[in-house]
Design a protein around this ligand. Sequence first.
Ligand code: SIN
Length: 487
Amino acid sequence: MTIQLNDSTLLKTQAYIDGQWVDGDKGETFAVTNPATGEHLADVASVGADETRRAIIAAEKAMVSWKALPAKTRSELLERWYSLIIDNQEDLAVLMTAEQGKPLFESRGEVAYGASFIKWFAEEGKRVYGDIIPSTADRRGVVVKQPVGVVAAITPWNFPNAMIARKVAPALAVGCAMVLKPAAETPLSALALVELANRAGLPAGLFSVLPGINAQAIGGEMTSNTIVKKVTFTGSTPVGKLLMKQCADTVKRTSMELGGNAPVIIFDDADLDAAVAGVLVAKYRNSGQTCICANRILVQEGIYDAFIEKFAAAVKGFRVGNGMDADSTHGPVITEKAATEIHAKVQSAVAEGATVVIGGQAGSQGACFYEPTILTNVTDKMRVFREEIFGPVAPVFKFSTEEQAIAMANDTQFGLAAYLYTENMGRVWRVSEGIDYGMVGVNETAISSEVIPFGGMKESGQGREGSKYGLDDYLETKYICIGGLNR
Ligand code: SIN
């Protein structure tokens, strides 16, 4: 065994369907590897459409009694799950760093972040209110909120714990059941999470986890099965569009948390040190592999040179390495293919005239490493402006006026997160309202938490996760007309 856990029984390699740990019907498996070392970590069961269908049927059955429970009882069970996650935070973090690569301190943070959604929705699930609408003298309109039904979730590898928790917690809290396909790169975190849910006492069938490399078979069943009433997905925009098309045939509800192309706009009047610190987090967290990562750094001409100097000095201080090493500040990217794609974007920018201030090469630590990179002399025609980089590469653009900054920020089909640094209150409002993004960080880039509505506009998706708004995505609004009140 290559992963050392305090509780080795958290390392699960089978699928979890209808309360049972099972192999795939065909006995197929897929390998999970450590991106930092290339080491083989585990062979995990690979399921297909048949197993997915069984999980969906089990979910429908389990939901009957689950949704009938008082919200308080569901909440108590979620609270138990939350406590078990916190008790096992270190093991969950080790599993995550092993399969995903992020430094251990980031993994510990993500486990706590994921758990916070379970605690939050354990509370919020008790606050699903309706309305009474006064109409005519002899009737009243009653509006009740009901669980949407069986939910299918497909989650990414960049946050192997938190993106699951952010979906499953509100679903279960309001009375839905869920079947989940975790990313093939990071199934171990998902399987450990469901093991803890099982220990917390979650009824069989309520939450099944379906690892697999045949995404088309699993996703195809999830999107076509009439029992599934909602599909929630975090991942790329092209895959999100495909899932939405597939869901159209059975008119399923969807929530999509898709790609981003976040600008950080830094004005001449900004607190420069705060802006540099903010960009370091927004760009290089998880080695640049978050949907809300700064993709385009837009700096006003008056402070451009000073910004580059301070920013480059800070990036030089990074220690890139195996996330298990205590002194690593940044880990690998997820696969060699990802590192190659990141390098292709850098090379294409350089070929079109960009200057590499720092980095610009594959890392020397292993096949999945890429050097933290800063590019200047970049233009809005380059791929690094137009496309999501999803790696540790920071292109820094120059602008002159506020109007130009707003136009540059909006010049993308994406609209997830954006950030701005300024000390001018009027500008804070003008720019925040003028840019088309679901989330705007003002003088702050660490914007995520369980209490805020996370989600995007335009081709970055639809729906919100976290906060009180995060419940709506798992609820139907039903109107009941009660008439004859004067009889
Ligand atoms: C994401 O990359 O989709 C999630 C980032 C976050 O929750 O902060």
